[in-house]
Design a protein around this ligand. Structure first.
Ligand SMILES: C[S@@+](CC[C@H](N)C(=O)[O-])C[C@H]1O[C@@H](n2cnc3c(N)ncnc32)[C@H](O)[C@@H]1O
Length: 511
């Protein structure tokens, strides 16, 4: 362990990053007319992998992938090896500088660097892109996230003050405590008055909501360099890499759905990078998760409507009452709403919501709505592309093996079982991280290894209730003694398992 390394001083617990799943990378590549490697046997390299929980999550779905991680901080790598061993999953982790990676490491279909580029010195930043260029297979896709300007200026406002405030403090705990205390005071000091003070108060609030790891390694980091997207793209271009797309369709992407913005920017700026730069200006963007490919790979500058027809679609929208025109409004309660006039399409939205988390192949969605000729199919594909860009639907080229119906011997991933065993939040197959509060549900998840049927699960669960004194839900507590506990549990299991399927925790049988 290196006492000088901030990531050895204060741990940075990892997590699955759904936006950096090769499934997402392949889907976005496909949307731009680029065929990236099939997932099953893909070779994946993660630079600055921390404790490798993203790779371990991938390993629990794809045991055949070659999953290689590298991180400078020994403590994170050691933790990653322990987790992988405990979960019985195979990842290859190296505690070393990413600059040590050479041709001997082989070639990779997907290279991921999440939360590294902006947080390392210029020479490492350059080496990171060099590794992406040199170790990426010809059809490979790299994922690099970084802080951007102009939004980064807002962040800097507070960070500069914090740097000053904690300048004489060395211990991580002291620095974090002081930073929080200072931010709280600033909120109070700046509560009223000029608009810039409101901006500062919002930044303080953001800081106060950060995890300890985020606070220490982001807000209080010695190096945290935001840059213009255009400068990042130019840096990538110097390494022979070109912009493919963003990995995450966020609020910042929705601006492209505004036709006025798209038209005006098309007049102001030529070229995709310049246009993206204007989008960042308009949204004060502060963070990007960019996908890169080799520059000699031709990719479409805009998502291809036709590519949607190869995908499966999903949406979990809630319908409002029909308006005067008969059109119905659908909302996801977060990103916005859409008005749908076509009754067949509105009905499709209801069906998709009911079948979530399952996906529906586009061809089935088309059949359902009666879209047959080319024009109708293109129109439906465009509709899903717009919904996807607005963050209101999902598109997936390769199916996630989520069980929508509870199998005879239900299973969650080995990683999820390890997580419940640790008392940690649990990652679904889609990478959503769920807090499972009640002890009985946690015990149940721990038993779902695909080897037990409902009777076996009820038996094992009842034994755990007795030996570990697990608290029971009120409906079961009133049971006079525990003699019939097993039967009571068995009776409740189908409903409970269906709930786990609904949130995307159960793996399809045979996957
Ligand atoms: C903010 S953390 C991100 C960890 C992980 N990618 C995630 O998203 O959870 C940045 C990581 O980069 C690692 N790192 C910094 N410089 C490095 C270098 N030169 N070579 C390899 N890893 C490095 C740090 O040790 C740290 O674990």
């Amino acid at each position: 362990m290196n006492a000088e390394n901030p990531y050895d001083q204060q741990e940075y617990p990892g997590s699955p990053r759904p936006q950096a799943h090769p499934r997402r990378l392949r889907t976005h590549a496909w949307l731009h007319g680029h065929r990236a490697a099939e997932l099953a046997g893909a070779r994946v390299l993660e630079l600055g992998c921390g404790d490798a929980q993203h790779l371990i999550w991938l390993a629990s779905e794809f045991p055949q992938m070659r999953l290689v991680g590298v991180d400078l901080a020994e403590s994170g790598v050691r933790r990653g090896r322990d987790i992988a061993r405990a979960a019985g999953l195979k990842v290859e982790l190296h505690a070393c500088d990413l600059r040590a990676i050479d041709a001997g490491w082989g070639e990779f279909d997907y290279i991921i660097a999440h939360g590294v580029y902006s947080w390392v010195p210029p020479a490492v930043r350059d080496a990171l892109l060099a590794v992406c260029a040199e170790r990426l297979a010809p059809a490979g896709v790299a994922f690099v996230s970084y802080n951007t300007l102009p939004g980064g200026h807002m962040r800097r406002l507070l960070e500069d003050m914090l740097t000053y405030h904690v300048r004489d403090m060395a211990a991580p705990a002291e620095r974090m405590l002081a930073a929080r205390d200072f931010a709280q005071r600033l909120v109070a000091w700046s509560a009223e008055g000029e608009p810039e003070r409101a901006v500062l108060a919002a930044e303080c609030q953001r800081l106060l909501e950060m995890t300890p790891a985020g606070l220490y390694h982001d807000a209080l980091a010695d190096i945290n360099t935001p840059l213009l997207f255009a400068d990042f793209a130019a840096h990538a271009a110097r390494h022979g890499l070109a912009y493919l797309a963003e990995a995450h369709f966020s609020d910042a992407e929705r601006i492209w759905l505004n036709p006025n913005f798209a038209d005006e920017v098309a007049q102001l700026a030529s070229g995709r990078v310049a246009r993206e730069q204007y989008a960042d200006f308009a949204r004060m963007r502060r963070f990007r998760q960019t996908l890169l490919v080799h520059a000699d790979v031709g990719v479409s500058a805009v998502p291809l409507v036709a590519a949607v027809r190869d995908m499966a679609v999903a949406a979990r929208l809630t319908a409002g009452e029909p308006g005067a025109s008969g059109a119905r409004s659908f909302s996801d309660g977060k990103n916005g709403s859409i008005s749908i006039a076509d009754p067949a399409r509105a009905h499709l939205m209801e069906v998709l919501a009911q079948m979530a988390p399952a996906r529906l192949p586009f061809a089935d969605a088309a059949r359902f709505t009666g879209a047959r000729d080319e024009e109708a199919l293109a129109d439906l594909a465009r509709f899903f592309l717009v919904l996807y860009s607005a963050g209101m639907a999902e598109l997936e080229l390769d199916r996630t093996p989520i069980a929508c119906v509870v199998a005879e011997r239900p299973a969650v991933t080995a990683y999820a079982r390890w997580q419940v065993g640790q008392g940690a939040a649990v990652a679904t197959l889609r990478g959503q991280v769920l807090e499972i509060e009640d002890a009985l549900s946690r015990a149940l998840i721990g038993l779902l290894d695909g080897q037990r049927d409902v009777a076996d699960i009820a038996h094992a669960l009842a034994a755990q209730v007795r030996t570990q004194n697990l608290p029971l839900p009120p409906a079961l507590e009133s049971s006079p003694d525990h003699a019939d506990l097993e039967a009571l549990l068995a009776a409740r299991l189908p409903e409970k398992l269906a709930e786990l399927a609904r949130v995307g925790l159960l793996v399809e049988a045979g996957a």
